[in-house]
Write a protein that binds this ligand. Structure first.
Ligand code: NAD
Length: 309
């Protein structure tokens, strides 16, 4: 059983080394040359709260991929997934039984991936682990987490069980979700609220939450998302989402962190805004549901990104 991690940055690295440590045949596929070179020369250097160690796992640039795989885990940034799929298709890496397991944040990935393979080969996951990169080939892994996933057409098949087994062999705490779209939309709501606001305002999650009117800012955003989700047959609980967002404010939880969008922007990298607020705004337009706040935030982030391009 051959596994590829397509997009082996922070999270791809975390999943990849965990599977490798569990004894699986894993290859990391990435486009960052320095990262790939260092991994092949020195292995992946892993730093945790208590330990530093090295995991040897082969890495390859996407332009040089030639193997075919039984499972391909997609962990590029959202804007690069289609380019990666195109490359893997051209390389003959995807066969008729290859499972494509999407672990990226954001909305609409099933539709995009099904341009390349039938829906029955696409599995969607929500990853509640975190991971960071300290430099090329150097991972920072802290905290616990879990993964929920399901085949995108709602069927549980043999591959689902195989995926469940291997993720759990790698201690990644996986579950076959009974409502994957609800989980995906819930995480996307959290990200769509905190990512752009903390980026535009240049605040940590704690600093954002300390403003006594932050609730007035985010409730209307959540309402827009709940309406769009409902029109797409996903029933979200706005109150529960608000509670989840506010649970991230304390310094003891995620408060001291800047969300990933803030980190990307400050490193001069493009953000995943089009797959969060931008996707909500696009769905809203298709469905005739107004999403003025999500649309405005999408444009504001794009304005900030003009400095990068
Ligand atoms: P990442 O930026 O670490 O890696 C994504 C890609 O960018 C990789 O191909 C990586 O090699 C490349 N990259 C990273 N730094 C680079 C640099 N300095 N120069 C050139 N290339 C570079 O992103 P990630 O955090 O692994 O995110 C992948 C997906 O997983 C995203 O959809 C993200 O939203 C999602 N996700 C991440 C986390 C997390 O904690 N990291 C948690 C849940 C979901």
């Amino acid at each position: 059983y051959k596994i590829a991690i397509a997009g082996a940055g922070a999270m791809g690295g975390r999943i990849g080394i965990s599977l490798k440590q569990a004894g699986y045949d894993v290859e990391l596929i990435d486009d960052w040359e320095e990262h790939v070179q260092r991994i092949n020369k020195q292995g992946v250097e892993v730093k945790t709260e208590t330990d530093v160690y090295t995991v040897n796992v082969p890495a390859v640039l996407s332009k040089d991929v030639s193997d075919s795989f039984d499972l391909i885990i997609i962990l590029t940034k959202a804007m690069n997934s289609e380019k990666m799929m195109q490359r893997l298709k051209e390389a003959g890496s995807i066969h008729k039984d290859t499972a494509i397991l999407c672990m990226m944040n954001g909305l609409g990935h099933g539709e995009r991936l099904s341009k390349f393979v039938p829906m029955s080969q696409v599995y969607l996951a929500v990853v509640m682990w975190t991971a960071g990169l300290r430099g090329p080939g150097q991972l920072l892994l802290e905290g616990g987490g879990y993964i929920d996933f399901h085949r995108s057409d709602g069927i549980v098949d043999e591959q689902s069980n195989a995926i469940l087994q291997l993720l759990n062999d790698a201690n990644l705490n996986a579950r076959v979700s009974d409502d994957i779209f609800k989980s995906i939309w819930s995480k996307a709501t959290l990200n769509s609220v905190l990512n752009p606001l903390c980026t535009i305002l240049d605040k940590t999650i704690y600093e954002f939450g300390s403003y006594e009117h932050s609730r007035e800012m985010i409730i209307p955003m959540i309402e827009e998302i709940v309406s769009v989700a409902r029109a797409r047959n996903v029933e979200l609980d706005g109150k529960l989402l608000l509670n989840k967002i506010e649970a991230a404010y304390p310094k003891e939880t995620q408060g001291l962190h800047y969300p990933s969008m803030h980190q990307d922007y400050n490193k001069g990298r493009l953000t995943e805004i089009d797959y969060l607020n931008g996707q909500i705004s696009a769905y809203g337009e298709e469905l005739g549901i107004p999403t003025p706040i999500n649309t405005l935030l999408t444009h504001q982030i794009h304005q900030l990104e003009m400095k990068i391009m």
